[in-house]
Design a protein around this ligand. Sequence first.
Ligand code: FAD
Length: 117
Amino acid sequence: KLANETAKADLGRASWKLFHTIMSRFPDHPSPDERTALKSYIHLFVRLYPCGECAEHFRVIVEKFPPQTSSRSAAATWACHVHNEVNRSLGKAVFDCSKVGDFYDCGCAEDEGKEKA
Ligand code: FAD
């Protein structure tokens, strides 16, 4: 039981990390194709998330708060909000979404031509 809970929490942390990092790298001005790609990613993430009860629970949240794909900041703020909905339901602290922009750094800023020291 405890091992299961630990595995579920590890999967959650890894999944949220990738989820938010993808949002943090989404274009500021996405093309229609890029917006479709993000919508598909979110849809399939919800559908294929390996913890079944988590996926079902998250599906209801995403149905209530439809994915926002108009810009990087819209996507990142949306993802922070739906993660906070999960946090609330699990009795966890709510994250300050005004800080989400700086928090997820993939170490790949040079891809955008912004060299980091
Ligand atoms: P996590 O919630 O995993 O967060 C990891 C880190 O992300 C935090 O330490 C913090 O630095 C940062 N963070 C926290 N909130 C936000 C936010 N709003 N925006 C951006 N960054 C943030 N577990 C269950 O027991 N039952 C469930 O039904 C369930 N459903 C889940 C559904 C999904 C889609 C996912 C991805 C996970 C789900 N989990 C569920 C797992 C759960 O959300 C946590 O990942 C797990 O409990 C570990 O929690 P944690 O306290 O380490 O932080």
